[in-house]
Ligand binder design. Structure first.
Ligand SMILES: [Zn+2]
Length: 305
């Protein structure tokens, strides 16, 4: 949830690609010129400068090497950055990581959501997601975070919102931070309109039999040891997450969107993270029954790019 500053150039690139996403364009064109001063700027200025006798400055960072990938969020083609031991995880320009790029791809190519008139509440958005989604023409898009400055500051366990007031909620990697997640889920249910959906992910360790939590573990180091991160309060199992969401009334779908994609597309955009331990990367779509909201595309429908 750390936030970084974008330069005006990067924003321009991101907003440029946003229009492509909004139009449902299948191909995200890379920008004509990478942002100067970024790792995506592959112009070999050093090579030109080195034609003289001057030695290369030791302060210069080594040019990243390895395969290039194309960020489907901002359009950059570059060597991506290794993050938390995950090779080629992060776009060097917009900082989107694998799960964010996959989510934006799902919105643009795997669902009809961008074409629906929706009131959208996005919890604790990553900046690259927010940049991509803020100006979607069909969406009334509102961000919220309990800890940081956003459009709203909501406590999801006691959300100051009327019943039945949102069409779509986005909650990526949030519930594992909330001690009373059952209350949070019931609040999600309450403030969604009938037929409304929430799209979420939590870290789901493959092979974990049951959700593991222990509220007596509060020390950050111990939480890291037990739950994988200093501010996580549990590890969900796949079945455990489903059961809690269903218990408050949601219809639950765990969409293996990654598995539906052409492997060449996964490789091009580097969607699959080398997580340790391995995580299930399904996109969870939960629906409050009732209403006549738009339906997702038929199962198995995925655009080519
Ligand atoms: Zn990017």
């Amino acid at each position: 949830m750390k936030r970084t500053n974008f330069t005006a150039t990067l924003l321009a690139i991101a907003i440029g690609s946003l229009a492509l996403v909004a139009s449902g364009c299948d191909k995200v064109e890379p920008p004509t010129k990478p942002a100067p001063g970024t790792d995506a700027d592959t112009t070999d200025k050093d090579a030109t400068a080195d034609k003289g006798a001057k030695p290369r400055s030791k302060s210069k960072r080594a040019k990243p090497t390895g395969p290039k990938h194309t960020c489907n969020v901002c359009g950059t083609t570059a060597v991506f950055k290794t993050t938390s031991r995950r090779k080629d995880a992060t776009c060097p320009v917009c900082k989107c990581s694998e799960r964010h790029r996959l989510f934006i791809h799902y919105l643009a190519h795997g669902s009809t959501l961008l074409h629906e008139k929706l009131d959208v509440l996005h919890f604790s958005p990553n900046e690259c997601e927010e940049t991509a989604l803020r100006h979607q023409p069909n969406w009334h898009y509102v961000t919220t975070d309990f800890m940081h400055e956003e459009d709203l500051s909501l406590d999801l366990t006691n959300a100051d919102q009327p019943d039945d007031s949102w069409d779509l909620m986005i909650l990526y990697h949030l519930l594992e931070h909330i001690p009373d997640d059952k209350k949070a889920m019931s609040e999600m249910y309450r403030i969604l309109r009938p037929g409304g959906r929430a799209i979420l992910q939590v870290p789901l360790e493959i092979g974990l039999a049951e959700t593991y939590e222990d509220p007596t573990i509060t020390d950050p180091k111990e939480r890291r040891k037990h739950f994988g991160q200093s501010d996580h309060v549990r590890k969900y199992s796949i079945q455990g997450l489903r059961e809690r969401l269903e218990a408050v009334g949601f219809e639950v779908e765990a969409l293996d969107y990654l598995g539906q994609l052409d492997p060449a597309v996964v490789e091009r955009h580097q969607f699959s993270g080398a997580f340790d331990p391995p995580l299930d990367e399904a996109i969870w779509i939960v629906t409050k029954p009732g209403g006549g909201g738009g339906d997702p595309l038929p199962e198995g429908h995925v655009d080519s790019d």
